[in-house]
Write a new protein. Structure first.
Length: 218
């Protein structure tokens, strides 16, 4: 498969990256995006500003770690590949260094159920994975554990990962998690906010599931 075979998807990846920067949830070339494609994935290249990225710069990566293209894949290719291999329920991995999510990650703090919208990431909290050096297998393993049963996690002293069915959904979730992180940081300036109980979050999650499948909330 050549770059012209999936030209529209490559363009959509670049547009998503530019939108990340435009929304202020990423800067320069610091984040990265991958999309499941055929027997592998398409991923943003390493160290190339998004406003200089062309469709031919997007790298085709196989699940065995080999790749095709005129540029090297993102230095974080390993967790993109491993997450997509471990999670057949998702099609997109999106990683940013959004400010407030990264502030919490630098303290090794996840986002508890201070607000019911935390459930948007699939659980009663958004976990923070332990620190590991970027690009390593340890980081990938830590991220996969933190994402168990979730569609978002923080990475200690690093940033944010979100998962989605498609690029628009993943980008929307990244914006929502950054918004929650900002609200949580601000709430902490007044003291520890009240945390919703597990039974309440289960009710919220059930409501979300019902709305996803076109049912009326209870």
């Amino acid at each position: 498969m050549t770059a012209t075979d999936d030209l529209d998807l490559r363009r959509e990846i670049i547009a998503t990256c530019l939108r990340m920067n435009g929304l202020g949830i990423n800067q320069g070339s610091s984040g990265n995006v991958s999309v499941r494609a055929g027997d592998g994935l398409l991923i943003t290249p390493s160290s190339l500003p998004y406003d200089e990225t062309e469709p031919e710069d997007i790298v085709r990566l196989r699940f065995d770690g080999t790749w095709d293209g005129r540029r090297r894949p993102s230095s974080e290719w390993r967790f993109h590949r491993d997450i997509l291999a471990a999670r057949p329920d998702v099609g997109v991995v999106l990683h940013t260094h959004s400010t407030h999510a990264t502030v919490l990650a630098c303290h090794g703090r996840g986002i508890p159920a201070f607000h019911y919208m935390v459930a948007v990431a699939g659980g009663s909290s958004i976990r923070c994975a332990p620190y590991a050096t970027f690009g390593t297998q340890d980081l990938s393993d830590n991220a996969i554990r933190a994402l168990e049963g979730r569609r978002a996690c923080l990475l200690s002293n690093h940033g944010l990962i979100v998962l989605g069915d498609g690029l628009k959904q993943a980008l929307a979730l990244a914006v929502e998690v950054e918004t929650l992180a900002r609200q949580y940081v601000l709430a902490l300036t007044l003291g520890q906010p009240a945390i919703l109980s597990e039974p309440e979050m289960e009710r919220v999650l059930d409501q979300f599931r019902r709305m996803k499948y076109g049912q009326s909330p209870n």
